[in-house]
Write a protein that binds this ligand. Structure first.
Ligand SMILES: N[C@@H](CCC(=O)N[C@@H](CS)C(=O)NCC(=O)O)C(=O)O
Length: 292
């Protein structure tokens, strides 16, 4: 490994170009950059999000709840284009001072309840509807342990491995080795656990699966960072079995379409306001209807 020619200055200074591909939106300060009102739809639950792994956790859970007949889980999902800096708009920052999607407002309470952080949103919804979270104390502790595991572990997978392997403008061997090691260790944690459990919490599909799958299933199924071969995804046979099982769920397919802004047009539902939108409002239909 070659020695770096970079030696850090005494005090770090923000230079606009040093954020790599995210340089246009990344900044070292919090708060709004502009005033922007957010739309509010007809349902009590208003989701402001994007179809990233953190975003789809929430839309998958909402689609799961709706499929079980919890009609009060009907929601409006609005797209927040993080590449354009919409997470720094004034109304969004009021919901999430951390300026990251997903963010949820529940207008069924007075005053409305704001929830940010995908793990907190999953827990809030699971408790609100009494579903996808075991009620037995020990089983619930197990489920919440894995939910918190995901929240603590995924930044090494995404911000560490994904960033340095896929996004960074230069390939740094030290950083790629450091985070590949940790990513593979985490995949092995999952693989060993799923060798003796059908789902993350025994045989019950819960918010722990819904939180973990978009990140770890995404890498295993080669939907994230184009890294399945590099990390030898097929070697994690138990985690792969789990990833493929969950991938087959219709609710998961629908949840993945909501606020999706890349890929096949018939899989992109930029905004979701009604169950019929999956049929009528995907981008292929919207663009098709605008053609002369
Ligand atoms: N811990 C947060 C992470 C959320 C997060 O990192 N969201 C990303 C998209 S996946 C985002 O909004 N990025 C915009 C930015 O960093 O400015 C959660 O789980 O909700």
């Amino acid at each position: 490994m070659s020695e770096s020619s970079y030696s850090p200055p005494k005090i770090w200074k923000w230079e606009k170009h040093n954020g790599g591909p995210f340089a246009s939106t990344n900044r070292p300060i919090a708060g709004k950059t502009h005033d922007k009102e957010l739309p509010i739809g007809k349902h009590p639950l208003q989701l402001y999000s994007l179809g990233t792994p953190n975003g789809v956790k929430v839309t998958i859970l909402l689609e799961e709840l709706l499929s079980l007949g919890f009609n009060d889980a009907e929601y409006d999902a609005w797209m927040i284009k993080i590449g354009d800096g919409e997470q720094f708009g004034s109304d969004f920052v009021k919901i999430n001072p951390n300026s990251k999607i997903p963010a949820l407002m529940d207008h069924s309470t007075n005053p409305p309840t704001r929830v940010f952080e995908s793990g907190a949103i999953l827990l809030y919804l699971a408790e609100k509807f009494g579903a996808f979270l075991p009620s037995d104390r020990a089983a619930r502790a197990e489920c919440l342990s894995w939910l918190m595991w995901q929240m603590g572990s995924a930044p090494y997978l995404g911000g560490g491995f994904g960033h340095f392997y896929h996004y960074a403008p230069i390939k740094i061997e030290y950083a790629i080795n450091r985070f590949s090691m940790e990513t593979k260790r985490q995949l092995d944690v999952l693989d060993k656990h799923l060798a003796v459990n059908q789902y993350i919490c025994d045989d019950e599909y819960t918010i722990a699966d819904i939180a973990i799958w978009p990140w770890y299933g995404g890498v295993l199924l080669n939907r994230q960072y184009d890294a399945a071969e590099f990390i030898d995804a097929e070697a994690y046979t138990n985690a792969m079995r789990w990833a493929r099982d969950i991938d087959k769920r219709e609710t998961v397919k629908r949840g993945r379409m909501v606020n999706k802004h890349r890929g096949e047009l018939d899989e992109q539902l930029h905004e979701r306001h009604d169950a019929s939108d999956f049929k009528n409002k995907t981008q292929d239909k919207i663009i098709g209807s605008k053609r002369p």
